[in-house]
Design a protein around this ligand. Sequence first.
Ligand SMILES: *Cc1c(COP(=O)(O)O)cnc(C)c1O
Length: 405
Amino acid sequence: MLERARELDAADPLSTFRTRFALPEGVIYLDGNSLGALPKAAIERVQQVVTGEWGKGLIRSWNDADWIGLPQRIGAKIAPLIGAQPNEVIVADSVSVNLFKLMSAALQMRPGRKIILSEPGNFPTDVYMIQGLEAQGLAEQRLVNRDNLAVALDSDVALLLLTHVHYKSGAMHDMAALTKAAHDVGALVLWDLSHTGGAMPVDLNGVDADFAVGCGYKYLCGGPGAPAYAFVAERHHDKLHQPLSGWMGHARPFAFRDDYEAAPGVDRLLCGTPQILSMSALEVGVDLIAEIGVERLYAKSQALSEFFLECLAEHGLALELASPANSTERGSQLSFRHEHAYAICQALIACGVIGDFRDPDILRLGFAPAYLRFEDMAKAAGHLAEVLSSGEWKRPEFNQRAAVT
Ligand SMILES: *Cc1c(COP(=O)(O)O)cnc(C)c1O
């Protein structure tokens, strides 16, 4: 398989982009869906922002280096990756905080309705944020298995909140069909694109989506804790009231008025001062992903995961796939269910294959297509076969669960 892998790498139009990332020797990194790899250009960029813009420019850099424009500027660069217009996306805060802002705004736009519909097993923060609104008496959560979502949409639902690509299984929702079903009952839709943005194209305006949020530190390679992004369809801009009415979302923040007046458009989603160092790193990641192009990235990620499955079959491994078998129905990852997934994951990490474990029994392997090779697939499958056949994972140190994984 290694030979075949090298042929595929030689024919891969994206193969040269790997050199644009600083990847450690001897590591096969299958966790770019949790923390994207470091673009080499980010090292220099962050240094320049720290020593030049901050160190020498000091407060002048808010204007001279356009720090003040970063949330909009990066938002406009993310927009084409998700089918949005440049003025519909802004970078700010975390996904969790943006969920709060947009869910609150959506509830206000649907007076008389309180239900936020989502699915059990959604990424925890999405559901926890609904529960926070519920505790304030502002919302009621309704969690329904994905097969029954369309039936659960009724005239009490204010908002449908779903993660497009499921973090654990990689299963992808039909964004167009669910958005339409929600609109048919007068509900709004908020898509969490954390496992989508930067890995595959989506067309928010093409499906008539209302709101979206997404993560900066996964496929966009923005660095640990990179700020998130938020999308609001232009048709909602004037009616959007979000409760975190901080000064940066004011129409004229530097007029220092006593009364809040929301800035036009998505700018009103800003709350406090933007995180300039993190945003500077994020911009490098977004530029690189945009340069490669999400269509090409998606095509490669499908090819990588299909090839990985072929390699497993070659080794005679029949692992239980927890992701959709059809590559068009999943995101850029493969998840496998195994009773000893935790120990297997640890044993793999010890061989330099970094994937992750998701409680209780999922081994999750992410195929970030910007920097992975087919060769990595063949080698990772080989290591997995070795770990399983040797019983390596049974060693006590691999079964010792750390408090934080
Ligand atoms: C990673 C992830 C988040 C992250 O939320 P933060 O508040 O930015 O930490 C949210 N939703 C989903 C689906 C994710 O995968």
